[in-house]
Design a binder for this molecule. Structure first.
Ligand code: PEP
Ligand code: MG
Length: 591
């Protein structure tokens, strides 16, 4: 993939996943192996960089041959063969050629170019989904790691001035994990662009929560965009403008100012109730991943927290915080959300999020694997610490708790039994908690929606996690861009499951919320309101707009629309029904 030409305005299209416009120089990063530093070199130093690369390869070969010999001496020929294979990888001509060419065309340091080439290879192999080849990718990583360690460090004089990404920058990466995103330095990282990813991945959800403009699905970004290229990232349309002309910069500054002005206008309704023109009240609450987002929650006009995804807090920093530390965080959440309720979701590890603990080997289908409540029920010590911490914090404000990924009654009753045990323990120790704390469950698995009538007898509320409900209903991996065209919130089967859940809740006298990303889609607010959803829980950036949308709608009309939608046979027709009402009621909110 050639580099985009310098000094020429070029527009490339990706998928917008987090709104906002960022202007700044690119910083290309790579991950997986320990990423080497990246810096620019001048044309005069291309030969020097190539010689550093060749020296690193030669040194690695000597080391690998040495290891091979030693192993053969100890355990015979067979074990040594593995290192022979490593030497073949090391000397693979197509890799060596690509690196030499890459150094000359990208004008970047040899170790980074080598690293980027290896990453592309490994990802291509891993994508083939073949177990044997996946192991080869691990071998290639292994060899490459050694090569990178064997680079002699370049003299500082060979680095261009601005190699240090200490300045503000826009990250370009092959992919980012949710924890890469969570730990991004927001002072320096103005936005990010990845080759992989989808709107509903946790990386994308986090970027929206953190207010970082982001674009995913930009093919070949790592190999075709050079570090330090000045770009505009348009997180509304998914466009990336490389080397924009002064006119383009002015155009985007104006767009940015317009958007900011609208946000200020929306500020006026912060304190207003979220109710339709015919007085149907909706609870509009916020989704958070970190307690430091409480400031945004307070500013957004949210009526509580509908989803605190605790896994990023619990697993993001090495050791899982103990019960006392968790109690302090949940207490802070409870206090600062007063007089509203904050719903804490118990650990939802697995899937595309952080592993609860290293598994002996990667799961073939992580989204269908050891995830959500399944992890908690098999690690009861950890689960009880979290539950006791939530209960203890409930003495200081209005908290609720909910369980993720419940697939049936047995799991729910098991989780509730453990919660009861925790209550008994706290009672015996005379530690105060709120015995009336609401206990709910997420509806994310079709089996739970189908059993909602029965499940509703045992909980105080349902919170529909549409991100997962959609993927499990249509069998479409939420993070796989190859099938993202099938990922439709208005798939008729999904709409029926949502309706079934809301009806079962009404029959049981409990409330229903939606906390998946569907609740943030302004085009779908009429449909969700019409289906009788009581609570919408959304990212804080989108919250004022959803409030304004609900306040522009007529509940009776939305109910008629929902009836029509339930007869729909195609996703696009159902979407259009709702979108048309959204446009006629609040087109000024929709970009
Ligand atoms: C969901 O699945 O809709 C949800 C809110 O949970 P998460 O996105 O964390 O899986
Ligand atoms: Mg979920």
């Amino acid at each position: 993939m050639p580099l985009h030409p310098p000094n020429t305005e070029t527009i490339i299209q990706g998928t917008a996943v987090s709104p906002g416009i960022a202007f700044g120089p690119v910083h290309v990063v790579a991950r997986g192996m320990i990423a080497p530093e990246v810096y620019e070199i001048s044309e005069n130093h291309v030969d020097y960089e190539i010689s550093r690369f060749e020296a690193a390869i030669a040194k690695t070969k000597t080391q690998l041959s040495g290891i091979q010999k030693k192993i053969e001496d100890i355990s015979g020929d067979h074990e040594g063969l593995i290192f022979e294979a490593h030497i073949l990888i090391l000397e693979d001509n197509s890799i060596l050629k690509k690196v030499r060419e890459g150094i000359a065309s990208r004008l970047q340091n040899a170790e980074f170019v080598y690293y980027a080439v290896i990453q592309t290879y490994c990802e291509a192999i891993r994508r083939m989904n073949d177990k044997y080849l996946a192991e080869r990718a691990t071998d290639i990583d292994d060899v490459a790691q050694r090569v990178i360690r064997n680079f002699s460090s370049a003299d500082d004089e060979h680095k261009s001035e601005d190699h240090n990404p200490d300045h503000k920058h826009i990250i370009v990466a092959y992919d980012l994990t949710p924890s890469d995103t969570a730990t991004m330095d927001r002072q320096k990282s103005l936005g990010f662009i990845t080759e992989q990813g989808s709107v509903n991945s946790h990386t994308a959800i986090l970027s929206r929560s953190l207010g970082i403009p982001a674009i995913v699905g930009l093919e070949n970004a790592v190999m075709s965009i050079k570090s330090l290229t000045f770009i505009i990232l348009d997180g509304y349309t998914g466009q990336v403008i490389l080397n924009p002309t002064p006119e383009t910069v002015t155009k985007y500054r104006n767009i940015q100012r317009g958007k900011q002005a609208r946000e200020i206008e929306l500020d006026d309704i912060k304190e207003s109730l979220t109710q339709t023109t015919d007085d149907r009240a909706i609870t509009l609450s916020a989704n958070i991943e970190f307690d430091h987002e409480l400031t945004y929650v307070e500013k957004s006009g949210a009526e509580g927290i509908g989803l605190f995804r605790t896994e990023f807090y619990l697993l993001g920093g090495g050791e899982i915080p103990d019960e006392n530390r968790q109690t302090r965080v949940y207490t802070e959440v409870a206090k600062r959300t007063q007089p509203h309720q904050a719903i804490i979701r118990t650990l939802d590890a697995g899937g595309d999020k952080l592993p609860a603990e290293p598994l002996p080997e990667p799961e073939p289908n992580p989204f269908l694997g050891w995830r959500g409540i399944r992890v908690s029920l098999s690690r009861q010590g950890m689960f009880k610490e979290q539950l006791r911490a939530i209960l203890r914090a409930s003495a200081h404000g209005k908290l609720g708790v909910m369980f993720p990924l419940i697939s049936g009654l047995q799991e729910l009753l098991q989780a509730k039994d453990i919660l009861k045990e925790c209550m008994d323990e706290l009672n015996s120790a005379e530690i105060p908690f709120d015995p009336e704390m609401e206990v709910g469950m997420m509806i994310e698995v079709p089996s739970a929606a189908l059993m909602a009538e029965e499940l509703g007898k045992h909980v105080d509320f349902f919170s529909i996690g549409t991100n997962d409900l959609i993927q499990y209903t249509i069998a479409v991996d939420r993070v796989n861009k190859n099938v993202s065209n099938l990922y439709k919130p208005t798939n008729p089967a999904v709409i029926r499951l949502i309706d079934m859940t809301a009806q079962a809740a009404r029959n049981n006298g409990i409330w229903t919320g939606v906390c998946g990303e569907m609740a943030s889609d302004l085009s779908l607010t009429p449909l969700l309101v019409g289906l009788g959803i009581d609570e919408l829980s959304v990212g804080t950036h989108q919250l004022p707009k959803i409030k304004k949308a609900v306040r522009s709608l007529h509940y009776g009309n939305c109910q008629d629309l929902a009836k029509e939608a339930l007869k729909g046979r195609f996703s696009r027709d159902i979407y259009k029904l709702s979108q048309d009402m959204a446009h006629s009621s609040y087109s000024f909110l929709i970009d």
